[in-house]
Write a protein that binds this ligand. Structure first.
Ligand SMILES: [Zn+2]
Length: 151
């Protein structure tokens, strides 16, 4: 029997990425893509502010850093926040089997839609993730609304 994946340890990598983004003056959202056995494939964070690129979300950054994978069925996308529609689309398009998110309190993206389509979805409701992004949103409402596509 193999041990179940340690989702908390995986989330810690995504949180490190979010913190790095925060230190860079960016939006604190991080993500990492893992193989089922716990091997880290790629990690990244939102760099909308740093690079002026609205397409660099935590999930897309981690996904690109992971390079080409033969199959995504046994991969786990770990993100500090419920994925937006863009990143939910990425999970579905490539058939990523499992989504682990730090929280869905500050923002609720497409995770229920992914669950309906057979993705295993785990919400860790992590207080640190909720506080880190919540504090940042309170201090930066305009950049946040830009990031989630609200006018
Ligand atoms: Zn996204």
């Amino acid at each position: 029997m193999t041990a179940p994946p340690d989702y908390r340890a995986m989330l810690a990598v995504a949180v490190e990425e979010a913190r790095q983004g925060l230190a860079e003056g960016g939006i604190p959202i991080g993500a990492a893509l893992f193989a089922r056995d716990g091997t880290l494939l790629g990690r990244g964070h939102n760099r909308r502010v740093q690079e002026g690129d609205p397409s660099v979300h935590g999930e897309t950054d981690a996904f690109r850093k992971a390079g080409r994978q033969r199959s995504y069925r046994d991969t786990i996308m770990v993100t500090t926040l419920s994925p937006c529609w863009y990143c939910s689309g990425l999970v579905r398009q490539f058939g990523i089997g499992t989504l682990v998110m730090g929280e869905s309190a500050n923002f609720c993206g497409g995770h229920e839609w992914l669950r309906e389509h057979g993705v295993e979805v785990v919400d860790l409701a992590d207080p640190e993730c909720i506080a880190m992004l919540g504090d940042w949103i309170a201090a930066n409402p305009a950049v946040w609304n830009e990031d989630i596509g609200e006018d």
